[in-house]
Structures are given as structure tokens and as C-alpha cells.
Design a protein around this ligand. Structure first.
Ligand SMILES: Cc1ncc(COP(=O)(O)O)c(C=O)c1O
Length: 426
């Protein structure tokens, strides 16, 4: 009998870059079960979607209850309770002075956010960051700067995109040392505005509050605060792409709360729909009120099943104080990773993260990015039933995207597997 992977190869193109060959038949908590009877500890969470695991029973029940009433009705046509209630909840969670527009994917939300910024400011340009990831549609791809392979053969993309360097203190793009710099990551905007694009032509700066795909890089708070000030000074919309950081990942519902810097427009997706495709553009009321009927749209946005699942997910996160677990286990995870870094000093060059968005960076004995070791750790860990993903524009970062419900015991199991793997490999 062929595996799902083998069957898949016959009928699907290889264009979707898949991290494993696992065929999954069931799940429970932080574990997934495979067609060949393996129980695998899942520290990928469907790429930051399964914040309560791949099968939270209460979320399943909420979807089933919704299913008994309708599957789809269409937000261009009518209203439904889950759709309105989730928007109300998101407004409450983002300070009460916002409005919400639903769509289906992170990329679609980012496209919509840039359209909103352009519509409201009537300006053409967007500034994005090198090593960013915002999605695969032409719009979102145009502001994605983490791999030329994503862009190859798709040029020309959306025009008037300008690039800035992200605040990566571990590998400062300006060659500075952490805490001994003049915040060149903010000063670069003087030069961008003087030499490349007048600030009054810039509609938006789009930024991940913690860079994800680019290497799980939490910036200094001053960086995001500085971006806020620049945007305020020039009437530019600050867009936070919270597709990966949202729904509790950094220890608050959104990373803007973790960093205490409020964007004008925020995009949310991945875990927002409790595992069902759903995304949202959440923006200040006065901005949303300048987006008239018909200026944006879509058939499936705010699907009732997705909204019911999202509502239940948020309810559980609140009721069970899951954000406390994110902070506690996140700290524990970094402590255990720091121990590994001490043990394998020279090969783990950095351990970093915020909440349960954590990573370790791997280098060769000479200090160069070690893509081979990174990939081998992922492969060997999976042989020992730990599912990990990598990231980083140099492909040398292992990231740990646990469900937010992860326990200390599960972190210990993962660390012990990584320790065994490192012993074998270095
Ligand atoms: C920060 C960020 N933005 C946008 C996206 C794109 O989301 P989607 O794959 O739902 O289009 C991703 C996906 O990984 C992401 O991490």
C-alpha cells in the first residue's frame, strides 16, 4: 500500500515545499499520529496554526454545532452570529477602537491591508523589510524579502516597494554590537526618505513585529516604537503582520500588546480560525471608516465554521489562562535551549524568542551559517519522533512552534531528543 506521500507525488506538483513525508491520521494535544503508527511530538503546529493542538475537542464541538446550522452563507450577502461575534471579540481584544474585515489567508489579509493603506492615504509606495515573509500572492510576495526563490520568474511584482533592514541585534545588518549602537535600524529611514522615496509618497510600512520566516527574530521594543514615531511624523500607516505572532504566540493575544506599540492596521490569520482558514484585517475605526462599500471584498471571508472555531479558541485561551502558560513555558524552553547552547558552544550561536516563538541558530566551527547541520537536526529529530521546522534567510535556524498548551514535560522530551541528535551530529 502506497503512503500518502507517495500518492501525493503522483497527483500533486512538488511546488508546495513540504518539510516531511509524514501522513497524519489523528492527533491529540501536542502529538500527531501517523499512518505508520508513529506518535510524533508536534513542535510545528501546522506552522503556527494549531495553538490548541490539531484537535481540541471543544473547538471540534463548536465547529460541529455551527455545522448543524449552516456551512456557508456569504458575508457579501447576509450576516451570521459567529461572524459578528468574532469581530466583536477582536475589537474588544484590540482596544475597542478598531474594526475588523475578514478574509481567508495571511497573504490575502496583507494584500487587503496594503490596499487599505493605499486607499486611505492615496499614496503609492510601501516600505518592507529584508528577510520578511508576508505571503505568496503577488501583492504580499512583493513585500516579501526572505528568498529570491519565492520571486523567481514572477517579476514584475507590485511596483513602488522599498526595502529597509530589520532590527536583527544578533546579526546587525549595520555591523553594530547589541546595546552599543545608535539605532541605525531607525536612522536608515532618513536615507531612504532622502534618497529613494519621499515620505509623503509612502502609504505604509509593513513589518512583522517578530520576524518569523526570516529567523524568529524578536526586535528591540525601541525599534517598533521608532517605526511608530516615523509613521506618525509622516502620516504613514504602520501595518503589523501578526499572521504568525497573533493569537497568543508571543504571550499576549497580539505581539503589539507584548511590545506595547499599536499599529494602524494589523493582519491576523493562521491560528485565528482555530485550524480553519480565516484571516482578518483589524484597523483603527477612523481608517476603516474611510474604506467605502465595494472597495474590497471576497466570497469566503468570515466563514461561519472558521469564525465559530476562532471564537471558541479565543474563549479557551482566556478561560484557561493559556497566555500564562505561553510566558512560563516560553521561558522554560529558552532556559533549556540555553543549556544546550552552553553544552554545544560554538555550534549553537544564538537562542532567542518571545513567548512560544523560539529558535536556535546553528553555525559551523568557523562561525558561518550551518544549513547542513540545521537540516540534519530536523531530519534526525523526526526519526526520534519530534517534528521541527527550520527558518532563517540563511536556512540555519531551528524554530520551535509548540502548541500554546505545551507542558514542561513535553519540552523536556524535545530537549532530550535534540541533545541526543546534537551528540550524534557535532
Ligand atoms: C508573518 C506571515 N505573514 C504572512 C504569511 C502568509 O500566510 P498564508 O500562508 O496564510 O497566506 C505567513 C505564513 O507563514 C507568515 O508567517
Amino acid at each position: 500500500m502506497s503512503s500518502m506521500y507517495e500518492r501525493c507525488c503522483k497527483v500533486m506538483p512538488e511546488v508546495a515545499n513540504r518539510a516531511t513525508k509524514l501522513g497524519i491520521v489523528d492527533s491529540e494535544g501536542c502529538y500527531v499520529y501517523t499512518e505508520d503508527n508513529r506518535k510524533v511530538l508536534d513542535f510545528a503546529s501546522g506552522v503556527a496554526v494549531n495553538n490548541l493542538g490539531a484537535k481540541n475537542q471543544e473547538v471540534v464541538d463548536a465547529i460541529k454545532n455551527q455545522l448543524d446550522t449552516m456551512i456557508h452563507v456569504g458575508h457579501n450577502v447576509v450576516y451570521n452570529e459567529s461572524y459578528v461575534a468574532l469581530a466583536e471579540k477582536l475589537v474588544e481584544l484590540t482596544g475597542g477602537d478598531t474594526k475588523v474585515y475578514f478574509s481567508n489567508s495571511g497573504a490575502e489579509a496583507n494584500d487587503g491591508a496594503m490596499k487599505l493603506a493605499k486607499y486611505v492615504t492615496k499614496r503609492p509606495a510601501v516600505i518592507a523589510f529584508r528577510n520578511s515573509f508576508h505571503g505568496r500572492t503577488i501583492g504580499s510576495l512583493s513585500v516579501t524579502g526572505s528568498s529570491s526563490s519565492y520571486r523567481k520568474n514572477y517579476e514584475p511584482l507590485m511596483p513602488s516597494v522599498y526595502w529597509a533592514d530589520y532590527a536583527n541585534c544578533h546579526k546587525c545588518p549595520f555591523g553594530k554590537k547589541e546595546n552599543c549602537c545608535g539605532m541605525e535600524c531607525l536612522k536608515q529611514f532618513d536615507s531612504i526618505f532622502a534618497k529613494m522615496i519621499d515620505p509623503e509618497s509612502v502609504a505604509a510600512i509593513i513589518v512583522e513585529p517578530v520576524q518569523g520566516e526570516g529567523g524568529y527574530i524578536p526586535p528591540k521594543k525601541e525599534f517598533l516604537k521608532g517605526l511608530r514615531e516615523i509613521c506618525d511624523k509622516y502620516g504613514i500607516m504602520l501595518i503589523f503582520d501578526e499572521v504568525q505572532t497573533g493569537i497568543g504566540r508571543t504571550g499576549e493575544i497580539y505581539a503589539f500588546q507584548t511590545y506595547d506599540v499599536k499599529p494602524d492596521i494589523l493582519t491576523s490569520a493562521k491560528a485565528l480560525g482555530g485550524g480553519i482558514p480565516l484571516s482578518a484585517i483589524i484597523a483603527k475605526k477612523e481608517i476603516m471608516d474611510k474604506w467605502p462599500s465595494g472597495a474590497h471584498g471576497g466570497t469566503f471571508g468570515g466563514n461561519p465554521l472558521a469564525c465559530a472555531a476562532g471564537l471558541k479558541t479565543l474563549e479557551i485561551i482566556e478561560r484557561d489562562n493559556i497566555l500564562d502558560n505561553v510566558k512560563k513555558q516560553g521561558e522554560y524552553m529558552r532556559k533549556r535551549l540555553n543549556e544546550l547552547q552552553e553544552k554545544y558552544s560554538g555550534r549553537i550561536s544564538d537562542v532567542r524568542g518571545v513567548g512560544l516563538m523560539n529558535a536556535m541558530e546553528l553555525v559551523t566551527k568557523d562561525g558561518a551559517p550551518d544549513e547542513k547541520l540545521t537540516s540534519a537536526i530536523k531530519t534526525k529529530a523526526l526519526e526520534k519522533n519530534l517534528l521541527l521546522l527550520t527558518c532563517g534567510s540563511d536556512h540555519n535556524v531551528v524554530r520551535f512552534i509548540t502548541p500554546l498548551t505545551v507542558t514542561q514535560e513535553e519540552i523536556d522530551i524535545a530537549i532530550s531528543i535534540i541533545d541526543d541528535v546534537m551528540k550524534e551530529l557535532v
